[in-house]
Design a protein around this ligand. Structure first.
Ligand code: ADP
Length: 554
C-alpha cells in the first residue's frame, strides 16, 4: 500500500474507492473516471431513460422511475392517468435517496402524496420507482442477485460476466405490499446490511442454504423445478450488456477528460456489482449498479456481548476470490510480454502481493481501509487454500460441458482454475450494436469539446458542430441555434447535477440532438430519426476531414 504515492510505475493499480489519481502515466487502474457518478441512482435512471426513449422494448428491464423533486408533478400526473385508465392497477412505489446505499433512507408508498417532500427531498434528491410486487420467492422469501461484471475496456468495449454470483435473502416471509406491511424492511428489502440485524438471519455454512447463497445453487433449484435457466442466463446477459451500453457514452466523456487520447496515461478496468431482482415469471429486473462492490469474504460474529470476530464466509469466498483472480489474469500486463523467458506470472503476482501484504495488513486495519485489506487478506488465503480448491475444481470441471477446466501444462497459467469470468462483449456484439446510437452522438460531442480536460460544450463548440455538420439552413438560423443551446443548457444546469463547469453536458447535447433529429426526419420512430441524423453528421464530418487532408497535402 502506498498511501502517499510511489515513484516507480506499477503494472496494476488497485484503488479502494474511485479513480482519483491523475499522476498515473502507465499501467492499469481498477476504476474508470466518472463511474461512481454514473451509477448513482439518478444518473443511472437518466441514462436508462434515454435508452428507453430510443428503444422502449429493449429497455423494459428497468422499473418505471421518476426523479424527485423535479419530476414530482409528472409522477403524480402519470400515476393518476394510469390508475384512471386501469382502476384495477393498485401500484406500490419505492423511494430511494440519490447516492444512498445499503437500503439507507428507502421507503415504500402506496400513494404519490405519501412522499416525504418536506425538507429531505429538497436537499437530497431521490428516485421514485415502481415497486415489483411479484418477485420470485425461494423458501417463501424474497431475494436478489448480486452479479459481478468486469468492464475490461471501454474502447473497444469488452465485458465479462462472472459465472456465479450471490443471492441475498430477506429474513421475513414475503407478502405483497399492503398498507400494513409497507414498513417491514426484512420482508421487502434484500440488503444484507439490513437483514443481518434481523434475529432470523442465518449465516450460511454451505453455498446453498442460509440468508446468503450462491446464485448457481438457486439456478439448480429452479432447473430441478423445470425452469428454463438457459433463457434466464441469456436475459441476464442482455440486461448487463444493455445497461453498460447506456452508461458508456458518458463514461467516454469522463475518460477523455481525465485521460486525454494521445497523452501518456493508464488504461482502466473495473469490477461492477449488478443487483438484479427476478420476477415471478423469471424476468430479470435491474435494481442498481454498484461501482465499488464489497469484496469482503468474512463476516463479523458476536462471540460474547460487544465482542466481535471476523470469521470466513464460504459463500463470499467461493464467488469473490474467483472474480478477483480472473480479473487479475485478464488484465495481467505480463501476458503481453510473455515472449520473455523469466516472466512474472500472475501466480508470482499473488505471491508478491501476499509477501508485501504481510507487512501492510496491520496498517490497512489501522487506516480502516476495508477494500484493500479484504483483497490482500483474500489473496493470502487464496494461496493457502489454492491446492484444495484446485483439486475440487478439477473434479467439477471434468464434468462441465463448457471447457477443459485447466489450461495446458505448457501455459504459464497452468495450474490455475479455468476462468469464471466469461466474455459476453464483443462476443455477442452483433445482437447489440444497433443500440449504440448514443455512443455515436457522444463521439460527435467529444469531437467538438475542443480544449481537452472538459466535459461540457461551450456555445462556440455547439455552433461549430451545427456548421460543420451542415445543420443550419433558412428555416433553422444560427440565431435559433443559439437559443436552442441556451434553453437546453440552462435547464440541465438548473437541475443541480453539477455546477463545477459551465456549458452543455452530454445529456443536454443528446436532448438537443434528438430535437434536431425529430425536426429533420419527421414521422419516423425516434431511433431511426436519430440514426439518420448521425449518418448525416458523420458523412459531412468525414468529407470535411478529407478536404482538410487534401489541403494539408497541397
Ligand atoms: P441500495 O443502494 O440502498 O441498496 P437498492 O436500489 O438496491 O438501493 O434497493 C434496496 C433494496 O430494495 C433492493 O435490494 C431490493 O430488495 C429492494 N428494491 C429496490 N428497488 C425495488 C423495486 N423496484 N421493486 C422491488 N424491490 C426493490
Amino acid at each position: 500500500q502506498f498511501p502517499f504515492g510511489r515513484r516507480l510505475p506499477c503494472d496494476i493499480y488497485w484503488h479502494g474507492v474511485s479513480f482519483h489519481d491523475n499522476n498515473i502515466f502507465s499501467g492499469q487502474v481498477n476504476k474508470f473516471p466518472g463511474m461512481t457518478e454514473m451509477v448513482r441512482k439518478i444518473t443511472l435512471s437518466r441514462a436508462i431513460r434515454t435508452m428507453q426513449d430510443l428503444f422502449p422494448l429493449e429497455y423494459d428491464f428497468y422499473p418505471r422511475s421518476w426523479i424527485l423533486p423535479e419530476e414530482f408533478s409528472l409522477f403524480v400526473d402519470e400515476v393518476r392517468m394510469m390508475t384512471d385508465s386501469d382502476p384495477a392497477w393498485k401500484p406500490t412505489f419505492i423511494v430511494k435517496p440519490d447516492g444512498g446505499c445499503q437500503g439507507e433512507g428507502i421507503y415504500l408508498i402506496k400513494d404519490p402524496s405519501d412522499i416525504r417532500l418536506t425538507g429531505s427531498i429538497q436537499s437530497r434528491p431521490a428516485v421514485v420507482q415502481e415497486y415489483i410486487c411479484k418477485p420470485l420467492l425461494v423458501d417463501k422469501l424474497k431475494f436478489d442477485i448480486r452479479l459481478y461484471v468486469l468492464l475490461k475496456s471501454l474502447e473497444p468495449l469488452e465485458i465479462y460476466i462472472a459465472k456465479d454470483g450471490l443471492s441475498r435473502f430477506c429474513t421475513e416471509p414475503y407478502q405483497e405490499p399492503t398498507l400494513k406491511n409497507l414498513h417491514q424492511i426484512f420482508m421487502h428489502l434484500t440488503n444484507y446490511s439490513l437483514n443481518i440485524h434481523s434475529g432470523n438471519f442465518i449465516h450460511s455454512d454451505s453455498v446453498s442454504t442460509g440468508s446468503k447463497r450462491t446464485f448457481s445453487s438457486i439456478l439448480c433449484r429452479l432447473s430441478s423445478r423445470g425452469a428454463d435457466v438457459k433463457k434466464l442466463w441469456s436475459d441476464i446477459i442482455s440486461l448487463v450488456i444493455k445497461t453498460i451500453i447506456a452508461l458508456t457514452p458518458e463514461l467516454k466523456v469522463y475518460y477523455q477528460s481525465d485521460i486525454p487520447a494521445g497523452k501518456p496515461g493508464p488504461t482502466c478496468f473495473q469490477i461492477l456489482g449488478f443487483d438484479i431482482l427476478l420476477m415471478q415469471n423469471l424476468k430479470p429486473v435491474l435494481l442498481e449498479v454498484n461501482a465499488n462492490p464489497s469484496m469482503r469474504i468474512e463476516h463479523e460474529q458476536e462471540l460474547s456481548p460487544g465482542v466481535f470476530e471476523n470469521v470466513p464466509s464460504p459463500v463470499d469466498e467461493e464467488v469473490k476470490v474467483a472474480v478477483i483472480r480472473d480479473t487479475l489474469r485478464l488484465v495481467d500486463p505480463q501476458k503481453k510480454k510473455r515472449k520473455d523467458d523469466h516472466l512474472l506470472c500472475i501466480e508470482d503476482f499473488y505471491a508478491s502481493l501476499c509477501k508485501s501484504s504481510l507487512h501492510t495488513i496491520g496498517k490497512c486495519q489501522e487506516y480502516s481501509h476495508p477494500s484493500l485489506y479484504t483483497i490482500i487478506s483474500m489473496c493470502c488465503r487464496c494461496q493457502v487454500s489454492k491446492h484444495i480448491s484446485e483439486a475440487d475444481e478439477e473434479l467439477l470441471d471434468a464434468g462441465r460441458a463448457d471447457g477443459p477446466g485447466y489450461n495446458s501444462a505448457k501455459s504459464p497459467e497452468a495450474g490455475l482454475p479455468s476462468l469464471c469470468l466469461k466474455q459476453v462483449f464483443p462476443k455477442y456484439a452483433m445482437q447489440f450494436n444497433h443500440l449504440r446510437l448514443v455512443d455515436r452522438v457522444a463521439a460527435l460531442f467529444i469531437r467538438f469539446l475542443g480544449v481537452k480536460g472538459t466535459t461540457k460544450l461551450g456555445p462556440t463548440g455547439f455552433r461549430m458542430f451545427i456548421r460543420n455538420c451542415k445543420l443550419s439552413n433558412s428555416s433553422f438560423s444560427m440565431a435559433s441555434v443559439d437559443i436552442l443551446y441556451i434553453d437546453i443548457t440552462r435547464r440541465w444546469n438548473s437541475m443541480g447535477i453539477e455546477h463545477k463547469e459551465s456549458g452543455m453536458c452530454l445529456q443536454a447535447f443528446v436532448e438537443a440532438f434528438f430535437y434536431l433529429a425529430q425536426k429533420k426526419c419527421k414521422s419516423l420512430p425516434l431511433h431511426e430519426q436519430v440514426a439518420l441524423l448521425i449518418d448525416f453528421c458523420e458523412y459531412h464530418l468525414a468529407a470535411l476531414d478529407e478536404k482538410r487532408l487534401v489541403c494539408g497535402r497541397g
